[in-house]
Unconditional design. Structure first.
Length: 446
């Protein structure tokens, strides 16, 4: 994990979890750039600004980045320069969407679970409460979980853009060996603080929360705050933080049962409240819904699958209404005990970006995948302090929302025809197979 700026080192004051050694927070190499006015962005794909984290708010249009990415996918010419641009834009999309997405609502890990009550309680609510009690017990028990003040996890991952679909064609990546590889570290501390750093394909993404605001940094955008209430990192819900996971589903309802990967599961459903949706919306972009589903094994009581989907409506300058639906599906595997807490040590996520609107021929769907394994986990790490979760010095809140990363460049029929022509050029280039060694092998379905 030399690409990451975290390390393991003996600390004065005794050993922490993980075999007598503690963990320290190393100084990041070339700390996050802090120039310019910093504004909030969404936890979706990042705009393609074509460079480092310089000034970010001067001439940016809503959603210009993903629009450029989609057009580039459909029209890129088979050249060495195009190959480099392809890889760079793909990596930005992968890290922007899957790097550090947030959970749907604000919860605190210190919030107590609701008391199990049957009298005057709807069956779907009392069933959910019972399932969460079983989950808490299976994960290590509430007493042990409450004794955890901070946590550390380090893992490896692979990311790939596996499919691009338009109204007329589907282009699939048939060369998974070209996946971007890297690693991540995650630190958490009560109350409600976290920091994550990912190093993938030569790029780094950092995100954090000091309990009062959430921020994110990418090399191409610099640092930004996230609009809306403070929310947990979704990656922590993927089998790494059972206490926050239980708190997240505290207001959920049991909606039935389903077999997942051959395992019978109870399904809990959580809908984001209107106030939170409104707080995350602004201007022409409105977040209509954000729903989270948890699949809990009937055999073990553990969370084995998590799915969430959010839908955003954007009114474009040309009057067309465009919808973006982002869906995450994550399977959690290889549960093992770490200091008495059950932690999922591997998993796989499939993320789908679906754009649709009034013009059917402009619909697009992009599919991305991530596989990860956990290498190290430790709890109650000595030496971890509040200083480790301080945001960048010049971080300021602003008016941009999550939707700034969705495209709003559609301009009716002329643009649709241009996209169709560009797509034909893209398919022809793909079928010619002239994208050199760094180019994924794609298969096209009509």
């Amino acid at each position: 994990m030399s690409a990451l700026t975290w390390g393991r080192k003996n600390l004065t004051g005794g050993g922490g979890g993980g075999g007598g050694g503690g963990y320290y927070l190393a100084q990041p190499e070339q700390l996050i750039g802090r120039s310019g006015s910093l504004r909030p962005v969404m936890e979706g794909p990042d705009p393609d600004e074509g460079g480092g984290g310089g000034n970010i708010g001067e001439s940016k249009r809503l959603g210009s980045g993903l629009g450029h990415w989609v057009k580039g996918q459909l029209s890129r010419a088979p050249s060495v320069a195009a190959t480099a641009a392809y890889r760079r834009n793909d990596l930005r999309l992968l890290l922007g969407v899957m790097g550090a997405p947030l959970a749907p609502i604000h919860v605190s890990s210190s919030d107590p679970l609701p008391h199990l009550s049957i009298k005057n309680t709807p069956i779907e609510t009392s069933s959910a409460q019972y399932i969460l009690q079983q989950y808490t017990a299976a994960s290590g028990g509430q007493k042990l979980q409450n004794s955890i003040k901070n946590a550390y996890a380090m893992g490896k991952l692979k990311m790939i853009t596996s499919e691009l679909e338009t109204a007329t064609r589907t282009v699939r990546n048939r060369n998974p060996s070209k996946a971007e590889t890297g690693g991540f570290v995650l630190w958490q501390m009560n109350p409600d603080m976290w920091y994550v750093e990912l190093a993938v394909g030569g790029s780094k993404v950092r995100a954090g929360c000091n309990g009062k605001l959430v921020w994110r940094h990418t090399p191409w955008l610099g640092s930004h705050t996230a609009k809306g209430p403070v929310r947990p990192l979704r990656r922590g819900l993927q089998g790494l933080d059972p206490r926050t996971t239980a708190a997240m589903f505290a207001e959920a309802k049991c909606i039935g049962e389903k077999k997942v990967n051959g395992e019978d599961c109870f399904i809990l459903k959580l809908c984001t409240d209107p106030e939170t949706l409104k707080a995350r919306s602004e201007g022409p972009a409105e977040i209509i819904r954000h729903v989270l589903f948890g699949y809990f094994s009937q055999k073990t009581g553990l969370l084995v699958h998590i799915e969430d989907s959010h839908l955003t409506r954007i009114q474009s300058n040309g009057g067309e209404t465009v919808f973006w639906e982002t869906t995450y599906n994550s399977s959690l595997d290889d549960y093992r005990q770490v200091e008495g807490i059950m932690i999922a040590h591997s998993g796989h996520s499939v993320v789908t970006l679906f754009r649709f609107g009034e013009v059917a021929t402009s619909h697009t769907r992009t599919k991305m995948e991530e596989s990860w394994t956990i290498e190290e986990v430790a709890f109650n790490v000595p030496g971890l302090s509040l200083d480790c979760f301080i945001p960048p010095a010049d971080l300021k809140t602003g008016s941009l929302t999550e939707s700034c990363e969705y495209p709003q460049e559609e301009r009716g029929k002329n643009n649709t025809l241009a996209l169709s022509a560009a797509h034909r050029a893209k398919v022809a280039a793909l079928e010619n197979g002239s994208f050199e060694d760094h180019r994924p092998v794609w298969h096209t379905d009509v």
